[in-house]
Design a protein around this ligand. Structure first.
Ligand code: ZN
Length: 554
């Protein structure tokens, strides 16, 4: 409890000295300071010494475009964000400065670590529909409307890159992103075109220019394909990607950017796992008819160091790895690419996981907490997003897991990636591909990492997914509670079958496209039970995540 609490004591003492009457005014900023301090300020950078002069100049332009993703994202999140940010910028008071700092960490006026509660007076509850749909639209109205549309119109209405607005008569209509966000997408496209002309790398040139074209045309397919082929010292991900913020339907994509430098050595080392993916798919613990007999050809992995993030990627808890694109058509044709943010993972491990394990894991198993298995499991998590059911048949009709499970999709898919990641690594350990000596480290480090994830809140897809796994494994006897210390341990004999069982259960729900079964699983297990809560209550001295400071982003 030291750093956060001590800081708040100092603030309170200062308030008392200044004026007793001001104390209540000072309390709110001190609460905000505590919220800020839950993110350990960490310098992040990459090695740019190997970049050509052209690439270095391109990098500056690309970072400029990434900064525009911040503004795009804020506008997508809430219709009031831009006005509020302007107000915070103009107000020079200390209180406003703190609010602005937290606003920039969270990318909005809601604290993602406090059930999205507003930390600025006068701000409404975070809208589930974000700013993608009209504020007065209901789910029923949307569903009734799309039932009247032609198939291509319906594809737009439920598509990634269209907002829903009302026409002059109040009727719902789809508006393409290039029209809705033209004022910000045009300058972003200009910067990307300039960067494309500066870089020496052909694959980067292709991606940057095609992504710039996509910002103008709203057609992202070609640039998603170019991103799959991107293999450059500067690795760039920029555009509308994840659908988490659309809590109504998971249809609409939020803008973000990850600007990174490739870590050559690690990229090659991890590529070897890709050779075993089909073998893992063929042995998934599900009905063989649900397995994919021919996975997409290439599954590139990039291990990179992050030098700047923008938009959704910079909001709140930082992404440690991701798997894109989300467009099922591109995934089917080209597979998907995994990007591992190694310097982010290392920073999280050091600042959060190691101190958490002191509370969450029994003393006799603490020596098993290690960075290597932590890093490897995140790799496995990303790989497993590409395996298991995606394109499915429901009642004889071709559809996708995403479309069938709607707002439940993300939490279940994240749980799948985690638990089947353990399953896959155990499979590779049993085959001798992965060192047997990492087996116990893997499960124990995963146990500790559960507490790290659940602290993010179980309303968020990753946190909810992790709570499901913890409670399921606990009920199977794989995780054991030590009543004397409140800490947990792994039962190494029980954890293996339990992991396979849950992997099978989740993937079968996905294969069936069963919304009801997904709902039942998430409702039963996606909760924080008392023994877990007791550990979480003891973690107030541990930062929840990192607040990256980018030397190259200044
Ligand atoms: Zn994931």
């Amino acid at each position: 409890m030291i750093p956060i609490f001590r800081f708040s004591l100092i603030v309170c003492a200062m308030a008392l000295i200044a004026s007793c009457a001001k104390q209540s005014l000072e309390q709110k900023p001190s609460m905000i300071a505590e919220k800020i301090n839950r993110y350990a300020k960490t310098n992040l950078t990459g090695d740019v010494s190997g970049l050509s002069p052209g690439d270095r100049r391109a990098l500056e332009k690309i970072i400029g475009a990434a900064k525009l993703m911040d503004r795009l994202y804020l506008r997508q999140e809430w219709s009031g964000n831009e006005t509020l940010m302007q107000k915070l910028m103009e107000d020079t008071s200390a209180a406003s400065r703190e609010q602005r700092e937290l606003f920039m960490i969270e990318m909005g006026p809601w604290s993602s670590l406090d059930h999205d509660s507003a930390f600025i007076d006068g701000v409404p509850a975070k809208p589930a529909h974000a700013n993608y749909y009209p504020d007065d639209m209901t789910k029923d109205e949307f569903n009734a409307w799309i039932a009247t549309l032609s198939p291509p119109e319906r594809a737009q209405a439920t598509g990634f890159f269209y907002t829903i607005r009302r026409d002059a008569s109040g009727k719902l209509k789809s508006v393409s992103y290039n029209e809705e966000y033209r004022d910000l997408l045009e300058p972003a496209a200009k910067l990307l075109h300039e960067a494309a002309s500066l870089t020496d790398d052909a694959t980067l040139k292709k991606f940057l220019s095609s992504r710039a074209d996509a910002f103008a045309s709203n057609s992202y397919y070609e640039s998603d394909v170019a991103w799959m082929d991107l293999d450059s010292p500067i690795d760039v991900t920029i555009g509308p990607y994840e659908t988490y913020m659309d809590e109504l339907f998971n249809y609409k994509a939020a803008f973000e950017a990850f600007i990174t430098i490739r870590n050559e050595e690690e990229s090659q080392k991890l590529q070897k796992f890709s050779a075993h993916l089909q073998d893992i798919e063929n042995h998934l613990p599900i009905d063989p008819k649900y397995r994919n007999p021919k996975l997409g050809a290439s599954s590139p992995i990039r291990v990179v160091d992050e030098v700047y993030v923008g938009g959704e990627a910079s909001a709140g808890v930082q992404t440690a790895a991701f798997n894109l694109p989300n467009d099922e058509k591109v995934v089917k044709e080209k597979g998907s690419k995994r990007v591992m943010l190694k310097n982010v993972q290392q920073a999280k491990f050091t600042n959060t996981l190691v101190p958490i394990s002191k509370h969450a894991v029994v003393t006799s198993q603490q020596s098993l907490i290690a960075f290597e298995p932590f890093f490897t499991h995140i790799l496995a998590h990303e790989l497993m997003h590409g395996l298991g059911p995606h394109n499915i048949l429901v009642g004889g009709k071709s559809t996708t897991v995403r479309q069938e499970l709607k707002e439940l999709y993300s939490a279940l898919e994240e749980a799948k990636a985690d638990i089947s990641g353990l399953f896959a690594l155990q499979f590779l350990i049993d085959k001798g591909v992965v060192e047997k000596s990492t087996e116990q480290q893997m499960y124990t480090t995963f146990l500790a990492s559960v507490f790290r994830s659940v602290r993010f809140g179980i309303n968020e897809a990753h946190g909810k997914g992790v709570a499901v796994q913890f409670n399921y494994l606990f009920d199977e006897g794989a995780f054991v509670h030590d009543a004397a210390t409140g800490a947990f341990s792994v039962d190494f004999a029980k954890v293996k079958p339990a992991v396979a069982k849950l992997t099978g259960e989740i993937m079968t729900i996905q294969a069936e496209g069963s919304y009801e079964k997904a709902k039942a699983l998430l409702t039963t297990y996606g909760v924080v039970r008392p023994p877990m809560l007791a550990v979480l209550d003891n973690l107030s001295d541990v930062p929840v995540d990192i607040n990256p400071v980018f030397a190259l982003g200044k």
